[in-house]
Design a protein around this ligand. Structure first.
Ligand code: NDP
Length: 369
């Protein structure tokens, strides 16, 4: 592709704007009216708690059905997203920059002193725009942080499904593509099945809503996590049966560790006496879980996620580093995040954290790191 063609592919069209507007409008309406469990979030510094309606799975399934029916009736093309990948990327990027600028301006004007809405202004515009100045800004009653992460995860699936449609209609459906698609579908459905677990994650409880988070949710997640699918559209990989079995095992082990660890922590926070692997939990200072996965490493959930990320790329073989972008990025992100979380926990839990570190010396991978 020459430079002109590349620039043209990146130039937002009205079609891509309309596609985004329809997607965001659907999410706002579906998120507000579809039934779902209402889950209390973490207790904030001022003692308040937000409540999240976890209807992401229903919203997603309904959206996929509606798109499927529209495709079958020839109202929309199943390859519409895959055909406009680059322009959708640039449109979403511009949208992220605009929306976070508006968030910055609205935050600056806020006089609200609650933990969710109190503006934290450093005076450095770039810093404040990048990291955000409010913890939980809302728009027409919608919690924007929860909304954007949901949009990103659903966007990833929609891109993948459109790439799959393009593959079926225009090339040959390979075993590699089937594996990659299957793993991602399972991961995303599982994410929405356990959507309430999101309410206790670092992003939701600790990060302010600025460009970094919005870009991460809306651009980074859907457009870079799907690189393997795009790559497989243009590259053929022959996988042996042994390679497929090994790939499935990496996915399965990664899933068990990832989901198991996150679930144990979530259950523990709700009921510190709940059994872990059939036994009463070991608890440090009445607050920190040191049993199950949390007794093996202080962040074994990160290990599970890294194995899952690797399993998404293994279907692409080892001929190119391009499909390994996601696991490499995640490795760097989680190593950095673990350090930041460690510092936060050390400050919050003080001597209890020091005791936990003595009890569980490994950060992510036992006997290695
Ligand atoms: P965690 O879910 O691990 O949450 C960390 C928090 O849990 C700590 O700040 C502390 O908060 C609490 N905590 C830590 N240790 C203990 C313990 N032993 N007992 C009780 N509570 C404890 O971190 P993240 O939010 O970063 O990650 C959540 C999931 O999201 C992970 O599986 C991660 O892999 C995944 N993720 C995926 C990304 C991707 O791009 N694919 C990006 C980032 C995360 P508190 O103050 O509440 O006690």
């Amino acid at each position: 592709m020459d430079l002109n063609a590349l620039l043209q592919a990146f130039t937002p069209s009205w079609t891509s704007v309309v596609m985004l507007v329809v997607f965001f409008t659907y999410l706002a309406i579906a998120g507000s009216i579809l039934p779902g469990r209402v889950v209390p979030g973490a207790t904030l510094a001022d003692g308040t708690r937000l409540h999240y309606r976890c209807n992401g799975l229903l919203s997603l399934l309904l959206l996929v059905c509606l798109l499927g029916i529209s495709g079958w009736m020839n109202l929309v093309s199943p390859t519409a997203i895959a055909d406009r990948g680059l322009e959708l990327l640039s449109t979403t990027l511009i949208f992220s920059a605009l929306v976070t600028f508006l968030l910055y301006m609205a935050g600056c004007r806020s006089r609200d002193q609650s933990s969710s809405l109190k503006p934290h202004i450093s005076g450095n515009l770039i810093h404040d725009w990048w990291f955000g100045i409010q913890l939980n800004p809302q728009f027409i009653g919608i919690d924007l942080k929860f909304y954007f992460v949901r949009a990103g995860m659903m966007g990833w699936l929609l891109i993948n499904l459109s790439v799959l449609a393009k593959c079926i209609l225009e090339t040959n459906l390979s075993r590699s593509m089937i594996l990659y698609q299957l793993f991602c579908v399972l991961y995303i459905l599982d994410y929405f099945f356990y959507e309430e677990y999101m309410t206790s994650t670092w992003d939701i409880i600790a990060e302010r809503l600025g460009f970094m988070l919005v870009f991460g949710d809306l651009v980074w997640i859907p457009f870079t996590f799907s690189i393997q699918g795009w790559w497989l559209l243009n590259n053929e990989v022959q996988l042996t049966t042994a390679a497929i079995i090994a790939n499935c095992l990496v996915f399965l082990i990664g899933y068990l560790v990832f989901r198991g660890a996150n679930k144990q922590k979530h259950v523990f926070k709700k009921n510190p006496k709940a059994l872990i692997w059939g036994r009463p939990p070991k608890v440090i200072g009445g607050k920190l879980l040191a049993s199950g996965y949390w007794g093996i490493a202080r962040h074994s959930n990160y290990l599970g996620d890294l194995l899952l990320a690797l399993s998404f790329s293994l279907p692409c073989g080892i001929s190119s580093p391009v499909p390994y972008f996601y696991p490499i990025y995640l490795f760097i992100l989680l190593i950095w995040r673990e350090r930041r979380d460690e510092a936060r926990c050390a400050q919050k839990y003080k001597e209890i954290w020091a005791e936990y570190k003595k009890e569980v010396p490994w950060r992510i991978l036992p006997y290695v790191y």
